[in-house]
Design a binder for this molecule. Structure first.
Ligand code: OOG
Ligand code: NI
Length: 453
């Protein structure tokens, strides 16, 4: 019998999660409508050029989700569930350092890694895990109770994990099992209706709203699902016209006339949603929590390590230079810094080896196509986390933080943790080798002559 393949599971899961989220979070549906309008208008205005960083079919279906888990065990479990969908852990993000508020998590992203898999469906999930051992946030006593609470909960049903293991071993699932797997996987990320223990939630929230969101309840949930848009400034304006309050900034590079690089993101604030709470006397009451929000993003060209170093320095300079300025004036200052530091053409990005490109032969000539950035940015991620917190929480900087790194994360998920730069470089080099073979060129002499001016 034919197996439903990993990419089909991934595409179906992205759709099913999007349908669920749309039913539960109405503002998300508005965001999708507006994103579609913007993409349609950009396509009409710019034609084929609008598809330079991905076909309109890919961009229309494209989403990233974000989830937050409590323990290494839950991380290993989700790695298997995403593994069944052909999504692999890529990159390590330390939000404890990137955020000024108390965000006691470290993260990776699960995503497809091969170019053909990305083209089929690029669904990715930013996945964070709580760090109770970090004394800057948690006292030994609170950490002990938090660990015990988390050890006792079951976020992923045994049947879901069993199907995930089977899918990974066999390279897919028969139709009936695939349907069951998708239903269970979607349900695992719905918001639970189980009453929240008020005292426990509040105690954690005093330390960190993120800690309460993760460790204050017995389940997990997707906290945003992000569509991709071709003009994020236009989307921002249209959302505000519809009366949806957006956060102040678009994170990442400013809007400018040069090539789009990396990632620009913005979001609307988490909405107050009714939730059941259990008080110390056992009585259940209704109150609200703000744990699900909406985000949108525009993607640009992946930068090499050299390009990224320029980006990181520019972003740091922008932050200092624009402190206290309004959003519009801030964008103006940022644009000036970009004009000074970044090449204004794809051609120069390629020639200076600041961006990643693939190469192909067209009529005996080498043509360079940009590689789209498939990952996340720690500063933007921290910004998105922070803009949606109800309170800053507390961080005792006199305490020593616990050292966690990419190797730690690889051990936790029990798999290779891919380095994003290595993935882009390998893709670029493979295409360069191919075009040299096709045109009988010496690879040492290959220059990205085809990149656009
Ligand atoms: C994840 C925030 C990071 C992004 O797009 O940078 C993220 C979270 O809020 O759990 O999704
Ligand atoms: Ni996000």
């Amino acid at each position: 019998m034919r197996l439903v393949e990993p990419w089909e599971l991934r595409a179906a899961f992205a759709r099913s999660l999007s349908d669920m989220y749309g039913t539960e979070v109405p503002a998300y549906t508005t965001l999708l409508d507006v994103a579609h309008e913007v993409n349609r208008d950009v396509l009409a205005a710019r034609g084929a050029d609008a598809e330079r960083l991905g076909s309109i079919d890919r961009v229309t279906a494209e989403r990233h989700g974000a989830i937050r888990l409590g323990t290494p065990r839950e991380m290993a479990q989700v790695a298997s569930i995403f593994g069944a969908m052909g999504m692999h852990p890529v990159g390590f993000y330390d939000l404890r350092e990137a955020a000024t508020s108390a965000v006691p998590v470290v993260s990776t992203a699960f995503r497809p890694i091969a170019a053909d898999e990305l083209a089929r469906n690029p669904f990715r999930v930013f996945t964070s895990v709580l760090t109770p051992a970090d004394r800057r946030f948690f006292s030994p006593d609170l950490a002990r109770r938090l660990d015990a609470f988390l050890a006792d909960r079951e976020v992923f049903a045994p049947e879901l994990l069993e199907l995930a293991a089977r899918a990974e071993a066999d390279g897919g699932l028969v139709r009936a099992d695939a349907d069951r797997f998708l239903a269970l996987a979607t349900a695992a990320f719905e918001l639970s209706r189980e009453p929240v223990d008020r005292a426990w939630y509040d105690e954690l929230e005093r330390v960190s709203a993120v800690a309460a969101d993760i460790g204050g309840v017995r389940s997990t949930h997707v906290n945003h699902l992000t569509p991709r848009v071709l003009d994020i400034d236009d989307l921002y304006a249209r959302m505000q016209d519809r009366g949806i309050t957006m956060i102040d900034d678009i994170q990442g590079p400013p809007r400018w006339e040069g090539p789009d690089v990396l990632l620009r993101q913005t979001s609307f604030r988490a909405l107050a949603e009714p939730r059941a709470f259990r008080g110390p006397d056992g009585a259940v009451t209704t109150d609200t929590l703000r744990v699900r929000f909406g985000e949108v993003e525009a993607r640009g060209i992946a930068l090499t390590r050299a390009g990224r170093a320029i980006y990181d320095a520019a972003i740091a300079e922008v932050r200092t230079a624009t402190a206290g300025l309004g959003a519009a004036q801030g964008q103006h200052v940022a644009r000036e810094i970009w004009r000074r530091d970044f090449p204004a053409t794809e051609h120069e990005l390629a020639e200076r080896r600041l961006g990643y490109f693939t190469y192909r032969a067209v009529a005996g000539r080498v043509v360079a196509d940009p590689i789209v950035y498939e990952d996340f940015l720690p500063m933007s991620a921290a910004g998105i986390f922070q803009s949606n917190l109800t309170a800053d929480g507390s961080k005792d900087v006199t305490q020593e933080g616990v050292a966690l790194d990419a190797d730690w994360m690889a051990g936790v998920v029990g798999r290779t943790l891919h380095d994003p730069f290595d993935l882009y470089a390998a893709q670029s080099e493979a295409s360069a080798a191919q075009v040299c073979a096709d045109l009988d060129l010496d690879p040492a002499t290959l220059s990205p002559i085809g990149a656009r001016r």
